[in-house]
Design a protein around this ligand. Structure first.
Ligand code: NAD
Ligand code: UFG
Length: 349
């Protein structure tokens, strides 16, 4: 029997890549997205990529997970076997300036979704958590049973939503929940048709480098070069978005095949740390473009070095990242080169 999956936030960066893989694996997919941080063109690209036949298995609904009526309409019309829940706001700085926006969207939105899922007896969930729940880790690699800490309102929503998921499972053991803690998702679909398209000036390293490479920004600010690391710049665990997408498909399949899932958290990372300067070098190599840099003071709140322990993902999900930073930069550049303005048209002069 074909399984039917509701994907919240499926028009976004990680969502679109995951939907492609779900359709390729034979799932039926319904997206609900309010297009707060995405465009419908991304969903059209997903259709183009999977072709007309598999596109018949994809539905897109413009809607907001905070709106019970939007959700009720979907759940009363279709039976969903599981939900992958990506929808949420994710900009750390914005969350510090506008915490209510984050509490409303991420917390209220998720709770509303879970209430409707329970009402319609849909109790299988894969949730987008984040390495942000490790705060500033004292020990690396980050292991799932470390003590958790929120560093900002965005991180607090992820931390609370993990706790909320545990409470829901404790109250009703029919729920099966996998909390996936992503490290730093980068790269793009190998076709160059899908990728990350942030609104305004990017906050994150790779979209920023990409915009320097295509001439939209003059230089990269490197935040901190006095960290106690190999070259003085901060170290992260970058993970190819297609590896992440496959991690979701694997987690979903576990929900259908394993009985005693309960509610558990699992890292999705490569287990390898890469410094900012190493990432810049790898991107220059992949693109043939020079990325001018300017050394700047550390960014407040940034950790020195973060990377994942990958043992639990290997053991519980039988999943391991395939790609390294060279492939991440190759595919990021392929997307950038074909879509220097993302999904948008270039501005008219
Ligand atoms: P994204 O912004 O590209 O995608 C999120 C999608 O959710 C967008 O399409 C947005 O329009 C939609 N959305 C937001 N609020 C909504 C609402 N109330 N109702 C319906 N749709 C709504 O972000 P992404 O990078 O694809 O991230 C997906 C998830 O993964 C988020 O929950 C994010 O917090 C989490 N995450 C992302 C990263 C990262 O660095 N990209 C790291 C860790 C965790
Ligand atoms: N950096 C720069 N210049 C920039 C942007 C970033 O030097 O213009 C540096 C940062 O200081 C940091 C590294 O590049 O050392 C990575 O920064 P990102 O902003 O790309 O990623 P973060 O690790 O800070 O955080 C991201 C998301 C968080 C999420 C975390 C773990 O923004 O929401 O990954 O998943 F929690």
């Amino acid at each position: 029997m074909t399984k039917s999956i509701l994907v919240t936030g499926g028009a976004g960066f990680i969502g679109t890549h995951t939907v492609v893989q779900l359709l390729n694996q034979g799932f039926k997919v319904t997206i609900i997205d309010n297009l707060d941080n995405s465009v419908e063109e991304a969903v059209h690209r997903v259709r183009d990529l999977v072709g007309p036949q598999l596109s018949l298995n994809l539905q897109f609904h413009l809607g907001d997970i905070r709106n019970k009526e939007d959700l009720e309409k979907l759940f009363s019309q279709s039976k969903f076997d599981a939900v992958i829940h990506f929808a949420g706001l994710k900009a750390v700085g914005e969350s510090m300036a506008h915490p209510f926006r984050y509490f409303d969207n991420n917390l209220i939105g998720s709770i509303t979704l879970y209430q409707v899922m329970a009402k319609y007896n849909c109790k299988k969930l894969v949730f987008s958590s984040s390495a942000t729940v490790y705060g500033q880790p004292k020990i690396i690699p980050c292991v799932e049973d470390f003590e958790l800490k929120a560093m900002n309102p965005y991180g607090r929503t992820k931390l609370f939503l993990e706790e909320i998921a545990r409470d829901i499972h404790t109250a009703d053991q029919e729920w099966k929940i996998i909390l996936l803690r992503y490290f730093n998702p980068v790269g793009a679909h190998e076709s160059g048709k899908l990728g990350e398209d942030p609104i305004g000036i990017p906050n994150n390293l790779m979209p920023y480098i990409q915009q320097v490479a295509v001439g939209r920004l003059p230089e990269l600010n490197v935040y901190g070069h006095d960290y106690p690391t190999k070259d003085g710049t901060a170290v992260r665990d970058y993970i190819h978005v297609m590896d992440l997408a496959d991690g979701h498909v694997t987690a979903l399949q576990k929900l259908f095949t394993k009985e005693d899932i309960g509610c558990f958290a699992c890292n999705l990372g490569t287990g390898r740390g890469t410094s900012v300067l190493e990432m810049v070098n790898a991107f220059e190599k992949a693109s043939g473009k020079k990325i001018p840099i300017k050394f700047c003071p550390r960014r407040p709140g940034d950790a020195t070095e973060v990377y994942a322990s990958t043992e639990k993902a290997a053991h519980e999900l039988n999943w391991k990242a395939k790609y390294g930073i060279d492939e991440m930069c190759r595919d990021q550049w392929n997307w950038a080169r074909q879509n220097p303005w993302g999904y948008k048209k270039p501005p008219t002069k």
